[in-house]
Design a protein around this ligand. Structure first.
Ligand SMILES: Cc1cc2nc3c(=O)[nH]c(=O)nc-3n(C[C@H](O)[C@H](O)[C@H](O)COP(=O)(O)O)c2cc1C
Length: 358
């Protein structure tokens, strides 16, 4: 028989929703069809400051599609994809046709379920082998428009950490980003109940910091404390220290403007391979997504000082990233990689039925 059963379509959706999404918004809906499903965007769970023109959502959709096609392939189905990206929210349609050969369904499913974001401190002295790094580089650069760059010398490493920390400092002095963060942040049992957003326990901070984070929710208080340098303390603990603990920091750039869905697929393959090799991964979305905002919305939402700071960090980035043309090329993502000290709680996912629409 050439068709796919509803049970198998549901299995594909179940691995699809394991994809990463900005702030764990899980901005997807699915409409079941006889031979596959339509992928719709859930407008209620997207569009925050970092999701400029749905760039982050498109990356998530790419990652979701990658999960689905990997499992479909292992189940013996070829996937055909049509993209719509309509204002109504219809994003794509995936249809599956049996091609016979089955792969290792269990192993693919396990790999997809094991992928996760690790915000904990890494073991700096536990180095990543050259062969492992070479495999990740060749995966990303198999499309020759992408470049994976690692920062090798102590000076370049220091410079990329300074660049990322300076960018992240903007997070803590920006009212909209602050309010968006508290909109998705989930404390205690709420995370388990809602099964979306950022559970405080997954932030990789010490447990005594969690009540402090809770206390800082009113913007006026954070703003007041920023006058005595709170934003620097937050960037130091939230960004600089985790960066310092990572043996490797990488950037992925694209020659010219990138297609975000396509990049989401590459990002997911990179992430799956890294986690499968035992590496912990944290994406660092602020710099690419801030720059996307500068490019797509002419910097709307930033003050002139913040725009100046972003220009300076882009110059720094270009200086330490060979072959990166800051006028034409795009930074699509940065990651820190390493070995985590211990396993910590992982992000929740909503039940698969909650994603279905008529
Ligand atoms: C486009 C994009 C940007 C992201 N940026 C960040 C980031 O800057 N920092 C971070 O810790 N996680 C970031 N994440 C990871 C998400 O928060 C994470 O995927 C989500 O919370 C679900 O958790 P999981 O990846 O463990 O399944 C990003 C994910 C995507 C898709």
């Amino acid at each position: 028989m050439n068709t796919i059963s509803e049970k198998n379509i549901m299995k594909l959706i179940e691995v699809g929703i394991r994809a990463p999404s900005a702030d764990n918004g899980q901005p997807w809906k699915f409409k079941l069809l006889d031979d596959g499903f339509e992928l719709w965007l859930d407008q209620d769970n997207m569009g925050l400051f970092f999701d400029v023109n749905q760039v982050a959502t498109q990356m998530s959709c790419g990652a979701l599609i990658e999960n689905v096609t990997l499992l479909a392939d292992a189940m013996g189905f070829a996937t055909s994809i049509s993209y719509f990206n309509e204002a109504s929210g219809k994003f794509a349609q995936l249809a599956f046709a049996s091609v016979g050969d089955r792969g290792d369904v269990e192993s693919v499913t396990r790999t997809i379920f094991n992928r996760y974001t690790d915000r904990n401190l890494f073991q700096f002295h536990k180095k990543i082998s050259n062969s492992q790094m070479a495999e990740l580089v060749s995966l990303v650069q198999s499309d020759r428009n992408y470049r994976l760059h690692t920062y090798q010398t102590p000076q370049d490493r220091k410079a990329i950490i300074r660049t990322i920390t300076a960018t992240d400092t903007i997070r803590f002095i920006h009212k909209r980003i602050h309010n968006d963060f508290y909109h998705v942040l989930r404390f205690g049992d709420t995370a388990q109940k809602n099964r979306d957003g950022l559970a405080a326990a997954t932030l990789g901070i010490e447990s005594f910091m969690i009540p402090v984070l809770r206390m800082l929710k009113p913007w006026w208080l954070t703003k007041l404390l920023n006058y005595i340098g709170l934003h620097h303390v937050m960037a130091l603990r939230g960004t600089w220290l985790p960066m310092r603990s990572a043996p490797v920091i990488v950037s992925i750039t694209h020659k010219g403007g990138a297609d975000y869905v396509e990049f989401g697929r590459i990002m997911q393959r990179f992430w799956l391979q890294a986690n499968e090799a035992g590496l912990s991964v944290q994406p660092l979305g602020a710099l690419p997504l801030f720059l996307a905002r500068c490019h797509l919305l002419q910097g709307e939402g930033f003050t002139s000082d913040q725009l100046k700071m972003l220009k300076a960090v882009t110059d720094d980035f270009a200086r330490i990233t060979p072959l990166f043309n800051k006028e034409a090329d795009q930074i699509v993502m940065l990651f820190r990689l390493g070995y985590a000290k211990k396993n910590k709680p992982r992000a929740f996912r909503r039940d698969v039925e909650s994603f279905l629409r008529d």
